[in-house]
Design a protein around this ligand. Structure first.
Ligand code: HAM
Length: 420
């Protein structure tokens, strides 16, 4: 029989007991991000992984690589074209419109898998996870500062080194139009040197040419007009203000060539990159998308958001092992002794900061102690036949040089456990 294997670019995430493993870092990252999101009073939203393909064509843009080349779409049994979501924003706006929530403001967060049919390489997968924030219903101003505050908080909280936040402003509709016209005028004489993809961009969405991967195009662009000369002084001011307020926490650079790969952006955009990541150096990106909601049939809902690529982000973390103490609970009785398991249950509710690993196997005391040491436990709590008879336990300090142990009554154990 043919061996069944996982699909290319899709990871199985599991804790193999090795603290340095990417999966463990991913799980820990998600936990800490949830705490940060809650600290910012963001409310969780979960939308389906599958949506109508048209949603992404209309929002992310059918010229973008994400929709044009990378979307996982297929016909369902009813011949309807559906797609695995390549990103979270479009589905959230769809849900907000559908539930008629588009006349109010929202501060939302989400976490979940996304799919893009990309060529897998380090930091680039076909199934990956994003944690995102969307602030809906507020025009430019305070939300920009809140968004960069969240980005800085994340970088600070995880003590990330070597990263840079790039920011830019795509201007208002008129600015964008004038800039695009100037860009097209500049590129017209170079048309014969552009590849098919950039030619199509030139005719349908010229701004996206700035994002071209073609070296030839990039060298032509060196002398192209800059968006800096087309946006309002107030847009430049917001970039300057953000840079000056947050630069003491994180490195921030104004990059007038940053356009981002999704069509829905308008106004302020940003990306965070790390020189420790290699080719796929962006671990977070976002920006303002004031017209997406109305474009999808909803009300005018000026909004801003961002998403973190969890796999890339987690791979940057050096050491993320929990600082909470750990106790290993060893029952070594000749029969199954329900009373022993009740003690473990009571301990868990007495001190939630201690991780209690109840060893479920029937192994010997020696084997269980070996496992406790291997799993880096600080304490072992041992319950054998003798202890059960006398209502005691053995409490062993695994990390002390002396490897001391003491016999405690169950009540004494409870008191010590509470005070750790
Ligand atoms: P994005 O820049 O396309 O933005 O994706 C955000 C992050 O997801 C990237 O910075 C990267 O870390 C990660 N990512 C993207 N593709 C892959 C992949 N194939 N493998 C691993 N990680 C990947 C968005 O998705 C927007 N929805 C962000 C946003 C929210 N803008 C406004 N609101």
């Amino acid at each position: 029989m043919d061996k069944i294997q996982s699909l290319t670019g899709m990871l199985d995430l599991y804790d193999d007991g090795n603290g340095d493993n990417l999966s463990v870092k991913i799980f820990e990252t998600e936990k800490i991000l949830r705490e940060i999101f809650s600290n910012y009073q963001l409310k969780e939203i979960r939308t389906p992984a599958l949506e109508e393909t048209t949603l992404f064509k209309r929002s992310v843009g059918d010229l973008s690589d994400i929709v044009n080349k990378e979307i996982y779409s297929f016909n369902d049994k009813n011949e309807k074209s559906i797609a695995l979501r390549p990103e979270g924003t479009a589905g959230i706006i769809r849900a907000i419109i559908e539930k008629k929530l588009d006349q109010s403001t929202h501060k939302l967060c989400y976490l979940g898998p996304m799919w893009r049919y990309e060529r897998p390489q380090k930091g680039r997968y076909r199934q990956f996870h994003q944690a995102g924030v969307e602030i809906l219903g507020y025009p430019e101003g305070a939300p920009e500062f809140e968004m960069i505050s969240i980005v800085c908080k994340i970088i600070e909280e995880f003590r990330l080194k070597n990263c840079l936040i790039k920011i830019n402003h795509l201007g208002n509709k008129n600015n964008k139009e004038s800039f695009c016209k100037a860009l097209v005028d500049y590129l017209e004489p170079h048309k014969d040197k552009l590849d098919d993809k950039d030619l199509e961009r030139l005719s349908r969405n010229p701004l996206r040419i700035l994002d071209s991967k073609n070296q030839n195009t990039q060298s032509i662009l060196e002398n192209a007009p800059s968006i800096k000369d087309f946006i309002e002084p107030s847009s430049i001011k917001i970039l300057m203000d953000i840079k000056s307020q947050f630069s003491d926490i994180c490195d921030i650079e104004i990059d007038y060539s940053l356009v981002r790969g999704l069509d829905y952006y308008s106004g302020f955009v940003f990306e965070a990159v790390s020189s420790d990541l290699g080719a796929q150096d962006s671990f977070l990106g976002g920006g303002r998308y004031d017209y997406l909601c109305s474009k999808l049939g909803g009300k005018d809902l000026p909004s801003i958001g961002m998403a973190i690529g969890i796999e890339r982000f987690a791979s940057l973390l050096k050491d993320i092992t929990s600082t909470n103490k750990m106790a290993s609970f060893l029952v070594v009785t000749s029969n199954l002794e329900p009373k022993a398991y009740k003690i473990a249950h009571q301990l868990r509710s007495m001190n939630k900061n201690i991780r209690l690993d109840l060893q479920l196997s029937k192994a010997s005391l020696k084997a269980k102690l070996r496992r406790a040491n291997k799993s880096d436990a600080d304490y072992a709590i041992i319950v054998g036949d003798e202890e059960l008879k006398t209502n005691t336990v053995i409490f062993k300090y695994l990390k002390d040089e002396s490897n001391d142990q003491e016999i405690l009554s169950v009540d004494e154990l409870f008191n010590i456990y509470k005070s750790i």
